[in-house]
Design a protein around this ligand. Structure first.
Ligand code: PMP
Length: 432
């Protein structure tokens, strides 16, 4: 009984797993009582400007009246029904919207319940497609170093194998083929070397490769790097040449974050399979989607199994679909373009840090600002400094980065930038 009567923060630290945390050396926990617009309020009364958009997802800000209203209306109508044999308006509206707004050729939608599951679904689609086509030997995946696609097993098998997140599960994972990290940054001159290496890998392995999976333009959790659009074009060309499906994982980049509605648009590329998540519901609920071409869906459906082999309990949850519809309606109103462009221009101020002796690199694209330090920082102490300064920024490894809600004001954004500039001057922010 005693255990459940400890104070809330102690209880949380002792009994509740948080992402990538220790139960014996827990990070400080900050208890949130309210979130509105770009402001997160803690139980202690402190107010923090959110620089993380709850990991890329809260694009319109917290507690948005239009998303709230859509969800209230949906709760009164139907919160959930099984998607097997039943359907509903929010799912139909959502899939109409997604087909209309995503790159050409994506025609069929699988509504998944998280980003990692959307990636699992994409991989299963690719495998089942080749199986149905009578080529079951195409049963491996190809990807690039530096990528991140989620924490479930198939998704882990295409994450960077050396970044330390999933190494201990290696023995249990499928073996994928890895291309080197793209060398050229987003706006550096293009160098053919990257395509030569890629072509060699395709030529060697294509007979066993079902799909090439990649995060378009931005490698997110694997290092927050922005690579050259020509690289993605090259991937599309080689996939076509060698009969490999292209899976674009736009879970982080989708819905405007890079300055285009989808990052594929920087390279004018349409994938065969597209994974979406995070900002899909404006950060309200867990929901994701995997879109594919008619050809893939028809081939799977005409194959030996006759059906696509996946179907989660909460597939197509109406409440989550209604939040997504409201969020996508806000995006369609079009302000995001202006908002993201103005964030990108204010973030240029980060470049003054380029000459700082502890800073390795500064990168800005769309509503993403990254300061890469020369050595790893200590998340707990740097976060404590940020909280004292009234901002919410959570660095990892060597990366101090922000991707705020699109509705952030110029002043709020300048406060975030100023906090980053100040914090890197403190001496106790370095990991041991
Ligand atoms: N793919 C990418 C590119 C991601 O950034 C993430 C989440 N960081 C995922 C997949 C996994 O999504 P989720 O955390 O919703 O499972």
């Amino acid at each position: 009984m005693d255990k459940i009567h400890t104070n809330d923060i102690e209880f949380d630290q002792q009994h509740i797993w948080h992402p990538y945390t220790s139960m014996t050396k827990p990070l400080p926990a900050y208890k949130v009582t309210r979130a509105e617009g770009v402001t997160i309020t803690l139980e202690t009364g402190e107010q923090l400007i959110d620089g993380m958009a709850s990991w890329w997802s809260v694009v319109h800000g917290y507690n948005h009246p239009e998303i709230n209203q859509a969800m209230h209306a949906q709760i009164d109508a139907v919160s959930h029904v099984m998607f097997g044999g039943l359907t509903h308006q929010p799912a139909i509206d959502l899939c109409r919207r997604l087909i209309a707004m995503t790159p050409d050729g994506l025609d069929k939608v699988f509504i998944a319940d998280s980003g990692s599951v959307a990636v699992e679904v994409a991989i299963k689609m690719a495998l089942q497609y080749w199986h149905s086509k009578g080529k079951p030997e195409k049963s491996k995946l190809m990807t690039v170093h530096g990528g991140y696609h989620g924490d479930t097993f198939a998704a882990m098998s295409v994450c960077d194998p050396v970044n330390g997140m999933h190494q201990l599960f290696q023995g249990f994972m499928a073996k994928s083929v890895f291309a080197p990290k793209p060398k050229q940054g987003f706006d550096q001159p293009w160098d053919e070397q990257d395509s030569i290496v890629l072509e060699q890998l395709f030529a060697t392995h294509h007979q066993q490769i079902a799909a090439f999976i990649i995060e378009p333009i931005v490698q997110g959790a694997g290092g927050m790097r922005f690579y050259h659009p020509q690289y993605l074009k090259q991937c599309r060309l080689l996939c076509d040449k060698y009969d490999v499906l292209l899976i674009a994982d736009e879970i982080a980049t989708g819905f405007g974050r890079t300055g285009k509605l989808f990052a594929c648009e920087h390279a004018n590329v349409s994938p065969d399979i597209l994974c979406l998540g995070k900002a899909l519901t404006g950060g309200y609920l867990t929901l994701a989607a995997t879109l594919c071409t008619k050809e893939i869906a028809d081939t799977i459906s005409q194959g030996e199994a006759g059906v696509f082999m996946h179907g989660p309990t909460f597939m197509g949850n109406p409440l989550a679909c209604s939040a997504a519809n409201a969020s996508l309606a806000l995006l369609s109103a079009g302000d995001w373009q202006h908002q993201v462009a103005s964030i990108e221009s204010t973030l240029q101020a980060l470049y003054t840090l380029s000459d700082h002796p502890d800073v390795a690199d500064v990168r800005v694209l769309g509503a993403i600002g990254v300061v890469e330090m020369k050595r790893p920082v200590d998340t707990a102490s740097i976060q404590a400094h940020f909280v004292k300064m009234g901002v919410w920024i959570r660095p990892f490894g060597k990366l101090v980065y922000i991707m705020p809600p699109y509705v952030i004001s110029q002043d709020e954004l300048l406060t975030l930038i100023q906090a980053i500039k100040q914090v890197i001057e403190f001496s106790d922010i370095w990991a041991e």
